[in-house]
Ligand binder design. Structure first.
Ligand code: ZN
Length: 287
């Protein structure tokens, strides 16, 4: 049974049609307000989801404050250079192993949050995001999808100056400024999608299409990333994986994000993020 898990005004909720249903309320306190805890009991969540039509909605999605569907995962991983056309535009070799870095979980924000920029070199990266629903270690590729609770959209916002400031570069901080991880709008279960391995992905800045690709172009697909990662680290329920961005990022043409820009990121079957850029300060490494 397809579900959409959300966080509305900080509280876990299920979404159906135009409405959301507060999870704690409709479950008579079986679930609490933390959406991550809901992933620990996916069977019960599915059961509850199948009864939504008979329940009173908590409110309308339109006008609600939608947060990142997962608030504080234990870890947030990301993959660099994971689309062929992006590796080529960056003049980098096609990688033999996934190029993994982390985004600090404090950067995760909602689908309509402002992006707070501290230099003139902030860039967008539209990405498919997988969220772990079953913990695991040494997960085989063929079992990997069974460890995924659902998919959503992510923006791996990057300050290119800080990303490449150290020699050799260390990506974490340049991609982890507060607000640099818009995510959502909802966590969509895999059975909601006709083909979870082939989804159109698009990024627009003020309506101009900058990135347009399909997730079937990933060099390392979701099972490959999960298998690779889980040989090294235990994947926990709620862990977030940004799977990489297609070609068309702004840095290639010097088209960085500016004050007031509206960034729209869409993936087939998952909805859209719409984030407005705000220049709030200058960091000490500004060039
Ligand atoms: Zn990225």
């Amino acid at each position: 049974m397809p579900f959409k898990l959300a966080r509305i005004s900080g509280k876990a909720a299920l979404v159906k049609g135009e409405h959301y249903y507060d999870l704690k309320t409709i479950s008579n306190n079986v679930f609490d307000e933390d959406s991550l805890n809901a992933l620990n009991n996916l069977d019960e969540l599915n059961t509850l989801n199948s009864t939504l039509d008979s329940l009173e909605p908590t409110g309308l999605i339109k006008g609600a404050l939608i947060n990142s569907p997962i608030s504080s995962p234990m870890n947030c991983y990301a993959v660099g250079l994971n689309y062929r056309n992006h590796a080529e535009e960056a003049e980098m070799e096609i990688p033999d192993v996934p190029m993994i870095f982390t985004k600090h979980t404090t950067c995760l924000v909602g689908p309509h949050s402002e992006i707070e920029m501290r230099s003139d070199h902030v860039d967008y990266e539209a990405e498919l995001v997988a969220v772990i629903g079953k913990s695991g270690k040494n997960i085989n590729k063929k079992d990997a999808w069974s460890h995924v609770a659902g998919l959503c959209i992510g923006q791996d916002i990057s300050d290119r100056v800080v990303q490449f400031a150290a020699k050799p570069p260390q990506f974490n901080l340049g991609k982890s400024f507060d607000t640099f991880g818009p995510m959502g709008p909802f966590l969509v279960s895999l059975d909601s999608l006709d083909d979870k391995e082939s989804l159109q992905i698009e990024c627009k800045v003020n309506g101009e299409i900058r990135q347009n690709d399909n997730t079937n172009d990933l060099i390392f697909d979701v099972p490959s990333i999960i298998s690779y990662l889980s040989e090294i680290v235990t994947l926990n329920v709620g862990d977030v994986i940004f799977t990489g961005t297609p070609g068309g990022v702004g840095v290639m043409e010097g088209k960085f994000l500016k004050e007031g820009d509206v960034l729209t990121t869409s993936i087939e079957g998952l909805g859209s993020l719409e984030n407005t850029c705000k220049r709030i300060a200058s960091h000490s490494g500004v060039k």
